[in-house]
Design a protein around this ligand. Structure first.
Ligand SMILES: [Zn+2]
Ligand SMILES: [Zn+2]
Length: 412
């Protein structure tokens, strides 16, 4: 089924094979339907989810809640009682969200330990992959794109002003006035979160909250990197770390977008996962001696793009070698101190583009979520409780976590 957007607020549905087999007039009579819809919901082709708004939203907001908080840099994370901002205290443009769950991202660990060059605020409630219901919107909010009773997601980019040069160009992630969930404003490791009506992402009915959580960060990040990699259907994309949290989503988005995927990771378990997700070729970096040579052979001259999520500088250096002319190196991971050591000669000689790709804007988030809701992308996650967060950080620091962790914030 293909959906076209028509100017008169109609969606036109038709079946393309019927269109080819029958005359246009017959096709119009037999297989066309018109459905009134809203152009505000203009979504990517082939995707058409529904979004339900609860008829009787919850009104009882408690005065206090449980949160996971880092009191000061290096003090560790602890579960505490914390005040809830009441609906009457919300500023215009703010909304209060009763959270169901939140993903835990490597970024949260960096925020808790304060090891990035840009320091987080303290005390800090971390987290930036939250899903919940809007229970209140600040009085005086004008033209809110979301409503009370609607299920929404909260991302790393909690707020962008939409008016600075970066925002006007669609680069909301690099907004001059950006607010970052769980870094410069309180994040999703709590039960009642204040966020911003213009920046939350509506969650479609057919996507469970826990399944949506990690799409809001890991999914959006890899989806945007692939979207801007200037590759087309059939082009080769290399995904180092393909069996990891970001990587396993990248494999699925790349396949959804019609790319051919070379998955690089280590071990039998990750090999099975990557191939099951549709990777066209597997390279085990622990046993392959000449990774560059193998990629060049498989792709007949070099890959069109690499989406590098790993912290290791060698992942980047290698990419310059295995990309074909005019290839794109999409740098996605945010290691604390690693530097990019690329051959200037070959970057220029092969016309390689090195492109830093940082999370995504609101449209990227809607598209990434819609694709997940269609069933084409599934996050592999385990569910734990908010009070397990200390252990989760510990496991994360030791590299023990496979896939993603989603915390039930109401089970403390
Ligand atoms: Zn994240
Ligand atoms: Zn801005």
């Amino acid at each position: 089924m293909i959906i076209f957007l028509l100017p008169e607020s109609y969606h036109l549905h038709f079946s393309p094979h019927l269109w080819m087999l029958r005359s246009a007039r017959t096709a119009q009579l037999t297989s066309l339907t018109l459905r009134r819809t809203s152009l505000r919901r203009a979504l990517p082709l082939r995707l058409c989810s529904t979004y339900t708004i609860a008829p009787k939203p919850m009104a009882n907001v408690p005065a206090t809640q449980k949160v996971a908080i880092v009191a000061s840099e290096g003090s560790g994370v602890h579960i505490k009682d914390h005040p809830v901002k009441l609906p009457s205290q919300l500023a215009p443009g703010e909304c209060l969200i009763k959270l169901h769950c939140t993903g835990v991202c490597h970024t949260d660990l960096h925020a808790a330990t304060g090891d990035w060059p840009v320091k987080p605020m303290t005390p800090l409630i971390g987290g930036h992959e939250g899903v919940g219901d809007i229970v209140a919107i600040g009085e005086g909010t004008i033209n809110s794109p979301v409503q009370v009773g609607q299920r929404v997601g909260v991302k790393w980019i909690a707020y962008s002003c939409l008016n600075c040069e970066q925002c006007r160009k669609g680069y909301e992630q690099t907004c001059a006035n950006v607010k970052l969930s769980g870094y410069t404003v309180d994040g999703t490791f709590q039960q009642y979160l204040v966020s911003y009506t213009n920046c939350v992402t509506p969650i479609p009915d057919n996507l469970e909250s826990a399944a949506a959580a990690s799409i809001l960060c890991a999914g959006v990040t890899v989806y945007r990197a692939l979207k801007y990699s200037e590759t087309g259907a059939g082009d080769w994309v290399v995904l180092p770390g393909a069996g990891g949290g970001l990587g396993h989503l990248a494999v699925q988005y790349a396949k959804y977008m019609g790319r051919r995927v070379i998955a690089i990771d280590g071990g039998e378990e990750k090999r099975k996962l990557c191939l099951a997700l549709g990777a066209d070729h597997w390279i085990d970096y622990t046993t392959t001696k000449d990774i560059v040579g193998e990629i060049k052979k498989v792709t007949n001259g070099g890959a069109h793009a690499a989406v590098v999520t790993t912290a290791s500088p060698s992942g980047y250096t290698q990419a310059i070698d295995y990309l074909r002319q005019n290839g794109h190196l999409m740098a996605v991971g945010l290691p604390s101190t690693a530097t990019l050591d690329a051959s200037i000669f070959f970057t220029v000689f092969k016309s390689i583009t090195i492109h830093g790709s940082y999370v995504g804007n609101r449209q990227d988030a809607v598209e990434a979520i819609e694709i997940a809701a269609s069933g084409a992308v599934k996050c592999h996650y385990q569910t734990k409780k908010l009070k397990d967060i200390e252990q989760v950080y510990d496991d994360m620091a030791k590299g023990k976590i496979a896939g993603r962790i989603v915390l039930d914030v109401n089970d403390v």
